[in-house]
Design a protein. Structure first.
Ligand code: PBG
Length: 323
């Protein structure tokens, strides 16, 4: 017996030396939920440890995260029902909650990078990512809204816009609108392979953005498909995406690897709300060690090939590294 892989596992120093994958705080994007009001920190029941912030407390939270070494954030707006309508018109109002939050963050933390969500659902009375007409989601009409929304975000100071809607042609349309308006520097992180599934529940609770009717299966992808992710990747790349994203992450590690192996663009993965909630719920019951499960989860996403990880664990992971 001359091959003994256990020789390289015999103590921690050696294990550290031969470790193939490492996680750095530079790899993370921390999603944050914003609401109207002042001095608000409203916990999200289905996401223990995560809250919705008013703009003032958002700035405090970002300050605390920056001190821990996190510099990239993905804010999401929780809009009051009365401002939602069929065409998501609030989404491109330059004084909407989201634009005000972006401006304030960039004013107070000019070095922080903001990845902003481009999708109708938080502003739509139908709770969909597109305009709904007779039960159908209209693609090209939705692109108009997405273009205006992305421009509003860029004008407010967004560094990277992230279309999460899955309409056809949105990356190309948004690139065109940004370029025409002098925002050549604003990058696009496309939700390239976003699957229609059960793991977004807690996020929809947080934003009260669940679809009022039907599901998202005519635009988000079928969880059974992987070749289709390559079609989406090809189109997004041709349309000018700067990053390709896979979402969710854990049930789709093979898709992360597939895009990694077939693209030279940076690959992002979204460790979504339901994935976070599962670890938290099991840990609360004492069924798993939450901290160890967090680290293992995050390293698995990196090992699969993600360069960038969006995760609700980002801050907790930063705190864990400080211990
Ligand atoms: C919607 C959007 C969703 C998430 C990010 N952007 C939900 C959805 O598609 O219904 C989910 C993120 C998460 O679950 O953490 N445009």
């Amino acid at each position: 017996m001359n091959r003994r892989p256990r020789r390289n596992r015999q103590n921690e120093v050696i294990r550290n030396m031969v470790q193939e994958t490492t996680l750095s705080l530079h790899d993370f994007i921390f999603p944050l939920f914003i609401i109207e009001g002042q001095n608000q920190r409203v916990p999200i029941h289905s996401m223990p440890g995560i809250s919705r912030f008013s703009i003032d407390t958002l700035l405090e939270e970002i300050g605390a995260c920056v001190d821990l070494g996190l510099n990239v954030f993905a804010p999401f707006p929780g809009m009051p029902d009365k401002l939602k309508d069929k065409y998501a018109t609030q989404s491109y109002d330059p004084d909407n909650l989201f634009a005000r939050a972006i401006r304030e963050v960039k004013k107070n933390f000019p070095d922080v990078v903001l990845v902003t969500d481009v999708a109708m659902d938080p502003y739509s009375s139908d709770g969909h990512d597109g305009i709904v007409e007779n039960g159908e989601i209209l693609n090209d009409e939705t692109l108009e809204v997405l273009g205006k929304m992305a421009l509003t975000q860029a004008q407010a100071g967004a560094d990277i816009v992230a279309p999460s809607d899955m309409m056809d042609g949105r990356v190309g349309h948004i690139r065109h609108v940004l370029d025409e308006n002098g925002f050549q520097k604003v990058a696009i992180m496309s939700y390239t392979a976003k699957y229609a599934g059960a793991f977004y529940g807690p996020f929809r609770d947080a934003l009260d953005s669940a679809p009022k009717m039907g599901d998202k299966k005519t635009y988000q992808m079928n969880p059974a498909n992987s070749r289709e992710a390559l079609i989406e990747a090809e189109l997004d790349t041709a349309e000018g995406a700067d990053y390709l994203m896979v979402k969710p992450a854990l049930a789709y590690l093979d898709i992360i690897k597939l895009l990694r192996d077939n693209s030279n663009l940076p690959i992002a993965a979204y460790n979504v709300s339901g994935e976070y909630a599962m670890v938290k719920a099991a840990a609360e019951r004492g069924w798993i060690d939450g901290e160890k499960a967090m680290v293992e989860t995050l390293i698995s996403i990196k090992r699969a090939g993600a360069d960038v990880i969006l995760s609700y664990f980002a801050k907790e992971y930063a705190q864990y590294l400080k211990k």
